[in-house]
Structures are given as structure tokens and as C-alpha cells.
Design a protein. Structure first.
Length: 134
């Protein structure tokens, strides 16, 4: 089934739209919660979202632009920023975000594994779909 963002279908690998949602969320959380800490992670997330954007634009069955994906990212950021504003602050001014096990595991993976994961996700051109989403 076609949607505005792509195709709802099944991917036997890692569904690219699902991966985009996860990487975009991690990027926003890292920007909001880590302040100036963990620059390598933030760079990896920026690069991953850019690569996923390029993959989605190149392979979508429904025309979609990088700009529209960036706008979706901004919408997600506004929602997170609204929630983060209410959190207590650490001594360095960063919000004290609640622990996120998935994000913690992703952070501990390190640069090489994060790079290999995104390489694997975009290795095979195919329509970007949402399902199955982890």
C-alpha cells in the first residue's frame, strides 16, 4: 500500500523507513540530551540519517524529497524538544533525560559497528518500507 512517506510492505532485511524512524529519534535524543558530549555518536547519527534520506529518495515508489524528510525530522524534533524542556537539568545545563535501553546499547556499539549497521541497511536497493519494525 502506498503512503505519503513510502510503501507499507514487508522487508526481509531491515525496513528502511523503520530504521529511519529509529535513527532520527536517536539523533534528536542525542542532540537534546547529550549536549556537547559524545560527538562521535552524534556524527554517526547525522551521517546515518543523511544516508537513509538518500536511500529513501532514490528508492521510494512514491516521489519524496530530501526536504520533506528533513521537515519530518524537524517535526519530530519539535515534539521531543517540547517534552525535554520540562525535564530537570544537570549541573552543566543539559536536560536529565530518562534512560533509554535501546539508545544505551546503540551508544555502546561504537563507531565501527554503527557504520557497519548502516552499510548493511542501505546495501541493497529496494523500496523503503516500515514493516517489520523493531
Amino acid at each position: 500500500r502506498k503512503t505519503k512517506a513510502g510503501v507499507v510492505g514487508h522487508d526481509d532485511g531491515i525496513p528502511v523507513l523503520c530504521a529511519w524512524e529509529q535513527y532520527a529519534t536517536f539523533k534528536i535524543l542525542a542532540d537534546a540530551c547529550l549536549g556537547d558530549h559524545d560527538a562521535e555518536l552524534k556524527q554517526d547519527l547525522d551521517a546515518a540519517v543523511r544516508r537513509l534520506n538518500a536511500f529513501i529518495v532514490a528508492n521510494s515508489l512514491v516521489p519524496i524529497s530530501t526536504e520533506s524528510l528533513e521537515e519530518r525530522l524537524k517535526e519530530k524534533r519539535r515534539k521531543v524538544d517540547g517534552a525535554v524542556v520540562a525535564l530537570p537539568k544537570a549541573p552543566d545545563g543539559r536536560p536529565m533525560c530518562p534512560p533509554n535501553e535501546t539508545m544505551a546499547a546503540f551508544r555502546s556499539d561504537g563507531h565501527a559497528k554503527r557504520q557497519a549497521d548502516i552499510d548493511r541497511i542501505v546495501a541493497v536497493p529496494r523500496p523503503p518500507v516500515l514493516s517489520p519494525c523493531f
